[in-house]
Design a protein around this ligand. Structure first.
Ligand code: GLC
Length: 542
């Protein structure tokens, strides 16, 4: 396996409980992942990231870990994890696992001990216990899931939980916490994992004195301003320790930060040479569908990592955000935009993340009945925010009705009309989103390892008016061009080369069209349909 594999890797995110079910209980499991490794290898990704499968009361889908070295029986056992790692490696797929260091489960033996111990005791010092202020919480911090970030225990003290009360925050000033997590990293590295996704990597260290924020709606400020509980300078010392551990193992083991920080520059700090390898690019996730917005976020993302010699990551969806088909407007138009966004994203220099189901064009499920919702956000928000279950609905594999080959009934109900979204239905269909992803991921491997050069094609709409504001075009090296029409009307532009692949049926490279360049208007001018992207080889308008 080659050098610096992670710099250009396509990494597929598996939300284990919704990926594939091997025992028919309607909940995905490690056996399900093992059974579907050929699908993943065939898709053309380089690595898998598995969300937490550890022993957990599942107050937050497993991000509340009670035993970091055990597999929850819902998902299998340790031998399944070991077999999965070996079988993935046999197919050339690397495996990243999640590590959740900001908080444990409230059922973790440390927290149980802390609750049984006196205020001020050693056991309490592993967490963040404080006295209140005249019967109120120690400060004004809010949980990211809604409500106060503090819960009172029977003896009157309060403990901090930036997420659910079932997820008490650890105290990273305590040496036991450092030692324990170093040991957990080694436990999984010894089992062959290729690295870690670090949950809430920005949260471990809190500002001295735990000062008030001074305003409400703190979750909404995540990527816009400094907060006393996130992105404190002290977190970087932890990652320097962790990097030494990763580097002490053979074969380039990596870590990727989930860090919600105010700017691409702050994100780059996690990527300094002696810290982490990658960080998720949430500014990209948050970008609305517009040429100007995407150009700006691409430039800012590339500029931010230039000084630290780390690759950018490009992320369209994950298990915490609305699926991008829906974010971009839903329906046929949302799907067209999502397909175009995939080609745009896969053409950018750096590493890409694919969230399970985006290769099937899955939309967010927005009409889950109240009684099936499991995300703690739903309760904590007082039923005002429906939470993240809508992007976590089990994948449709085959057949024409739920559970679509998943096994079930599934833990969240699948929409009855998902039959066109199954892997089976899309397999072999030249126009399917699955085929588009396979082709794009295969071609992406051949892209030159160079930066990106924007150019300005003379794009026009049907009335001949300047349409450049809706079009992005860039070259990589001398032989590759990507063009994207963000607008809702077709545009024409000078043919940038030979079409390789298009996001839109009937356009370049789409499933063996005899003249895949769409409507060739003569004079070397081509038409790009609304909300579409095309990859070209040849001239680059350098
Ligand atoms: C991260 C996870 C999210 C989880 C939270 C608390 O943001 O991605 O799913 O709820 O951390 O662990």
């Amino acid at each position: 396996m080659g050098n610096d594999w992670w710099r250009t890797a396509a990494i597929y995110q598996i939300y284990v409980r919704s990926f594939a079910d091997s025992d028919g209980d309607g909940v995905g499991d490690l056996g399900g992942v093992r059974n579907r490794l050929d699908h993943l290898a065939g898709l053309g990704v380089d690595a898998l990231w598995l969300t937490p499968f550890y022993a957990s009361p599942m107050a937050d889908g497993g991000y509340d870990v009670a035993d970091y070295r055990a597999v929850d029986p819902l998902f299998g056992d340790l031998s399944d994890a070991e077999a999965l790692i070996a079988e993935a490696h046999a197919r050339g797929l690397r495996v990243l696992v999640d590590v959740v260091p900001n908080h444990t489960s409230s059922r973790h033996p440390w927290f149980v001990e802390a609750l049984d111990s006196e205020p001020g005791s050693a056991a309490r010092q592993r967490y963040v216990f404080r006295d209140g202020r005249d019967g109120d919480p120690p400060n004004d911090w809010e949980s990211m899931f809604g409500g106060p970030a503090w819960t009172r225990v029977p003896d009157g003290q309060w403990y901090l939980h930036l997420f659910d009360p079932a997820q008490p925050d650890l105290n990273w000033q305590h040496p036991d916490v450092h030692a324990e997590f170093e040991d957990i990293l080694r436990f999984w590295l010894d089992r062959g994992v290729d690295g870690f996704r670090i949950d809430v990597a920005h949260g471990l260290v809190k500002a001295d004195g735990l000062p008030d924020v001074g305003r409400t709606d703190q979750a909404g400020l995540l990527t816009t301003r400094e907060l006393p509980f996130f992105d404190q300078d002290g977190v970087h010392e932890i990652y320097r320790e962790w990097r030494k551990i990763l580097d002490s193992y053979p074969g380039e083991r990596i870590a990727v930060a989930e860090a919600w920080v105010p700017s691409p520059d702050r994100l780059a700090r996690y990527l300094r040479a002696d810290e982490l390898h990658q960080a998720f690019n949430f500014h990209y996730v948050e970008t609305d569908w517009s040429a100007a917005g995407f150009r700006e976020v691409v430039d800012a993302s590339l500029a931010a990592v230039a000084d630290v010699d780390a690759p950018t990551t490009w992320v369209l969806s994950n298990h915490d955000v609305r699926r991008h088909v829906t974010r971009y407007g839903g329906g046929e138009r949302g799907l067209a935009r999502a397909r175009a966004a995939a080609l745009l994203t896969f053409a950018l220099p750096g590493s890409v993340y694919v969230y399970q189901g985006e290769e099937l064009g899955l939309p967010e499920v927005t009409d889950l009945p109240d009684e099936v919702l499991t995300d703690p956000v739903w309760e904590r928000s007082g039923h005002t925010d429906r939470g993240r279950d809508g992007c976590r609905v089990p994948l449709p594999w085959s057949g024409t009705a739920p559970p679509f080959g998943f096994g079930g009934p599934t833990w969240l109900p699948q929409p009855a009309d998902w039959s066109a979204h199954t892997v089976e239905a899309q397999e072999g269909d030249p126009h399917s989103t699955l085929t588009l992803y396979r082709r794009a991921l295969a071609l992406r491997r051949e892209l030159p390892e160079t930066g990106l050069r924007w150019f300005d094609p003379a794009a026009r709409d049907a009335t001949g008016c300047d349409a450049r504001a809706d079009v992005l075009a860039f070259a990589r090296g001398d032989g590759f061009v990507c063009t994207v029409n963000f607008g809702d009307v077709p545009v024409t532009l000078p043919r940038p080369g030979r079409p390789l692949l298009a996001s839109h049926p009937g356009v370049a490279g789409d499933g063996g069209d005899p003249d895949p360049a769409g409507r060739e208007n003569g004079d070397g001018v081509v038409t790009l349909p609304p909300n579409s992207a095309v990859w070209w080889s040849g001239d680059t308008h350098g």
